[in-house]
Design a protein around this ligand. Sequence first.
Ligand code: ADP
Ligand code: MG
Length: 695
Amino acid sequence: MNKISALFGSMVFNDAIMREKLPNDTYKALQSHIDQGTPLSMETANVIASAMKDWALEHGATHFTHWFQPMTGITAEKHDSFISPTAGGGIVMNFSGKELIKGEPDASSFPSGGIRATFEARGYTNWDPSSYAFIKENTLCIPTAFCSYGGEALDKKTPLLRSMEAIEKQALRVLHLLGKESVRRITTTVGPEQEYFLVSKELYEKRKDLIYCGRTLLGAKPPKRQELEDHYFGAIKPKVNDFMEELDQELWKLGVLANTEHNEVAPAQHELAPIFASANVAADHNQLTMEMMKKVAGKHGLVCLLHEKPFAGINGSGKHINWSLATDSGENLLKPGKKPIENISFLLFLSAVIQAVDQYQDLLRVSVASPSNDHRLGGNEAPPAIISIFLGDDLLEVLEAVQEGKTEVPPKNRQMGIGVQVLPDFKKDTTDRNRTSPFAFTGGRFEFRMPGSTTSVSCPTYMINTIVADALMNIADKLEGSSNIEHDALNLVRDIYQNHKRIIFNGNNYSEEWVTEAERRGLLHLKSAMDACPHFTDQKNLDLFERQHVLTPVEAMARQEILYDEYCKLINIEALTMLDMVNKDILPAVLIYVKDLSEVVQSKQAISEDVPYEMEKNLIQSLSAACDSLYKKAITLDQHLLEVSSMEDTREAAEYFCQTIIPVMKEMRVVTDELETITAAKYWPMPTYGSLLFS
Ligand code: ADP
Ligand code: MG
């Protein structure tokens, strides 16, 4: 075995280890629990727990934890040691089936969106055996779902698991109707591409906005940004290379299939893409990836910024969610095959996605709504806030042909000569690359490009799963009892295309014309998070979640409440940080510069009235006027924060942050950036964009 394959998964209690360490009947019982949901006896759980503990101890673990994903967006863990005292004053290392299956963390410190108020503070974590346990920093981490005493989901994992079941159920119905009886399982597959920035730790520590908010709240444009496009796929700097190497190693140990690493469009921006996995595992692994990125960066004198928009004026970071469905025999249900027009299963699944995305544009928009992502969506760097689907010309032609009742599309010459003799001709991709579409078919999968870099994979994925499950249910309902399935299915594809083709757009989504065209088509344009969030609980959406058993109305409302609450908290922190930087750092620094300039004027005057000091006078004038205006705006901001702090209704408060507070912060930024441009470098109290991005 080579070094990497020995390293890969070495810290994971994976299938191979389970086969080796568990008695055969225990292993089988666990598999059937995972596959068919057959209950797991406490006896079996005890055997698994004991084997897990022995393996963990062999690998240096001293503690265990139920690892879960509360609504904070990060993971939570509470460590317990394996030790338990013995009568003689010694200890034994213990870990029982009960401890494996269920934990009882105090739920009161995690966001619940009001659910908790009506129940006890207690919450439960339940083992999720479909995601392997692993060892991180001498702790055995057991992936778990987190719910309230009353059984309501309080985490990101639960709705994802529920949605995977929902879509599996409906997809199986469709496949069985098509005669594919042998398919027993269907998995949602997800490959999330993660973008991030790396900046120098030393410089980072000198910026309160980076420390408290993860992004710069101010900063004048440096002379160079990304205009030369010399960073994308460029050679990786040695320091960054070392970081990437260590990151890969750490992730491989945890069984994360970290695959490609490259520089992104913006200076200091990079991307990591793993090989896709089951959605649940992909979500867990993406959380681990983000955590490891931060940790490993620190060891290299760097800080990893995962924020959607760390720097104004240059590209922000996203998390593209590549999504598809696979059968237990490994068949990809979104693979068009050589003749998509004859692939009725593919056409039905494609239609389901088209119908789902058109009917639930609002939910997809909600799934990526956050104040930080608002800086990205709609800018000329990320997809706009309007949802549409890119299919590519070939597939569009297929659907057009179906609509016209044709059964064939003319074959194409896909050989592409590039006019250079030494390079062999290669087959042109069946879809051209369209990087502007929010939801693009990229051959065998859809790529949802709107999610922000900090977003958990779970939320956008459970939304896609749920809406597509519902469309598949619709399809299955209509085809049930059909005596000519091929014929009826094709007719259904035609109807769905006819009714929902407005959602398909193959052009440039960044263009102004598209905004007008989308409006003409009646597509939703929910510009900001605050425009999108109210739709979470539209009646049709509450009904959908309930129908597919993904969220109860109470859970959906709680999640919406959490979005509003998070919105308020994040902007509040940003506003306070801005006030702090302006009042304590920027104004005092500029005043010293003004004082020094005034002394220059005085010295000049002392020499002779003839020495010109027009320049100093003008500069003092501009600096003082800007300081004055900044000071006044700071007072206004302070008053607004006082005002909002007394608002009880979270939605009302969030609206106030959006409509009243953010605009003042924007105005303040204009002034601080102007001050930065005219203040001598040695007086400016924090590292500039230039130094952060190009060091
Ligand atoms: P691109 O730059 O074209 O977006 P990348 O190679 O950076 O491509 O990322 C593609 C991502 O899509 C990878 O994470 C890959 O594993 C994932 N992917 C490929 N096929 C599937 C599939 N069937 N289901 C889910 N994800 C997939
Ligand atoms: Mg991509």
